[in-house]
Design a protein around this ligand. Structure first.
Ligand SMILES: O=C(O)CCC(=O)C(=O)O
Ligand SMILES: [Fe+2]
Length: 282
């Protein structure tokens, strides 16, 4: 082996180790002890197992009570300057608006969801990034050309230990804009692949993805939380005729890919020491 090959192998091995550097069982036991005090422990374990098994979990209408407040804030943030268009027919509501919304700030610290995500990784987590996202139906042109954009091509996010939580503000059925996932692919390790231009890619062709299993569209009612490991192969699925999907999205990592976040003052004030650590508030 030449030096380059040795170096490449070492990097691959180290990143593999990083990925598999997982699960502190004591940490998991502590979480179960905490959960038991205030929640149905059997249901929690079932949900945690399902997340571990499939790479995603739907908490049906978990934030239903918050829907009116969420919709109100979403609409008022949409009136502010947002990133329209982007990669596809969408509007991105940037993270800076989190501090304007009490409800979206609060939901990022929901203890039950944090328990599930911490249990999943078996280690400490941090809120790393957040934003809103409206995906509108594909235009005829988009559908015809199948727009070249990374989110609608099969991929994993390539960010190591990262879990996203989508809080849906609209009902998502199979016919609507949504996320397609290939269940159980969270267990595979996807090497970032070197591209001819020297960059790295985590994109898969349709043929490669088809070999990994049958894809499903994540369907859920407005107010549901969808928690998923972004190592699970997925893509944004866009349809000409389906309904628009609105969501607020939270990214949790074990301390990587961190963006500056600020929270609504009422929420900031009311957080526990533990939640402040998750929110990186000193
Ligand atoms: O918006 C979606 O449905 C999925 C986009 C995506 O790939 C992601 O959030 O990682
Ligand atoms: Fe993604």
């Amino acid at each position: 082996m030449n030096t380059m090959e040795i170096l490449k192998n070492t990097v691959t091995r180290l990143s593999r180790n990083y990925y598999f550097e997982r699960v502190n069982e004591n940490y998991r036991r502590e979480i179960l002890q905490e959960v038991e005090k205030s929640h149905d422990i059997k249901l929690f374990k079932e949900r945690a197992e399902s997340l571990l098994e499939n790479g995603f979990l739907i908490l049906d209408e978990y934030f239903k009570a918050e829907l009116p407040a969420m919709k109100k804030d979403f609409e008022s943030i949409l009136k502010e300057p947002c990133e329209v268009g982007g990669e596809y027919n969408s509007v991105l509501l940037p993270r800076k608006y989190l501090s304007k919304s009490e409800v979206f700030s609060r939901i990022g610290f929901d203890m039950y969801c944090l328990y599930l995500i911490r249990y999943y990784w078996g280690r400490k987590i941090t809120l790393a990034q957040t934003h809103g996202l409206r995906i509108d139906p594909a235009t005829k042109e988009d559908a015809a050309t199948k727009v070249e954009n990374s989110a609608s091509i099969w991929h994993d996010d390539g960010n190591g230990k990262q879990v996203k939580m989508f809080v849906l503000l609209t009902d998502v059925t199979e016919n609507d804009q949504g996320t397609e996932i290939i269940p159980k692919t969270n267990k595979l390790y996807h090497n970032k692949r070197m591209q001819s231009n020297g960059g790295f890619s985590t994109l898969l062709t349709d043929e490669e993805a088809a070999k990994l299993g049958k894809a499903i569209q994540v369907c859920a009612k407005a107010g549901s939380a969808v928690i998923f490991d972004t190592n699970t192969i997925h893509r944004a699925s866009r349809k000409e005729n389906g309904k628009t999907r609105d969501a607020w999205i939270y990214y949790y990592t074990s301390g990587r890919y961190l963006f500056n976040l600020d929270y609504h003052p009422n929420v900031r004030q009311s957080l526990t020491a533990f939640q402040r650590q998750v929110g990186r508030i000193s």
